[in-house]
Write a protein that binds this ligand. Structure first.
Ligand code: PXP
Length: 249
């Protein structure tokens, strides 16, 4: 059964729209945990457009589940991660111009530098996950860095036209199989919604899904605690054949 990591970057996005003190991501992390979040994820971006350094420090002190810090593989972020020591660091590609993370990390293209960084973080007791496309070559490069985890990029599946979803889902299923066969543990995320999450949650070996946008959107209607509760029910008890619309019993 997969667990649920709740990404609360969008709470900070609303705060930063006014550069004020509310809504406070730390408060909402607690509400997400009360709703059943198994982990809290934040992305500390180089441009600090949403989550701020102080948020990460306070979350480290207050999160009772697990804190997953998404970050780029830079010297600045490494220093922060080694000081704060989140439960997990997920290394992601980052471009200043992008609205959100656009694709998986090119691990194969920067393997020596990533191997060194993964080694330094793991030596501090921080688990490392690499956010990659479900591609055999990238997954093999991930294993070669010494990282124990990957997060499969589900954005392509999430954005695919209905007719193409089975193909993208098959790619993720195969990615999970390949990753596990070379000793990696598997998370996934990006673009998942209440409508498309079940098929991914049902993939064999899937350990945790990291989900943000759709949960925060739903929270506007029902509150964050309830929005997390609803998502967790789907993640924990996905329909067997969700892509083809079999009704819930
Ligand atoms: N996983 C990673 C690596 C991400 O960069 C993001 C977005 O910050 C997410 C998961 C969550 O994506 P979404 O907000 O689309 O659910």
């Amino acid at each position: 059964m997969a667990s649920l990591g709740v990404n609360i970057d969008h709470i900070a996005n609303v705060r930063q729209a006014r550069r004020t003190v509310e809504p406070d991501p730390v408060t909402y992390a607690l509400l997400a945990e009360l709703g059943g979040a198994d982990g809290i994820t934040v992305h500390l971006r180089e441009d600090r457009r949403h989550i701020q350094d102080r948020d990460v420090e306070l979350l480290r002190a207050t999160v009772r589940s697990r804190l997953n810090l998404e970050m780029a593989a830079t010297a600045e972020m490494e220093a922060i991660a080694r000081r704060i020591r989140p439960d997990m660091v997920t290394l992601v590609p980052e471009k200043r111009q992008e609205v959100t993370t656009e694709g998986g990390l090119d691990v194969a293209g920067q393997q020596p530098a990533l191997t060194a960084l993964v080694g330094r973080l793991q030596a501090e007791g921080v688990a490392v996950s690499l956010f990659v496309d479900a591609d055999a070559c990238q997954l093999e490069a991930c294993a070669a860095t010494g990282a124990r985890w990957v997060e499969l990029h589900t954005g392509t599946y999430a954005e695919a036209a209905w007719a193409d979803q089975p193909r993208e889902l098959a790619r993720l299923t195969e990615g999970s199989f390949i990753a596990r066969s070379i000793g990696l543990r598997v998370n996934a995320g990006h673009g998942l919604t209440y409508q498309n999450v079940e098929a991914v949650a049902a993939i064999e070996g899937m350990e945790e899904l990291n989900i943000g946008h759709t949960i925060v959107a739903r929270a506007l209607a029902v509150g964050l605690e309830q929005a997390v509760r609803e998502m967790k029910a789907l993640v924990q008890n996905p329909r067997r054949d969700p892509l083809f619309g079999s009704p819930r019993p």
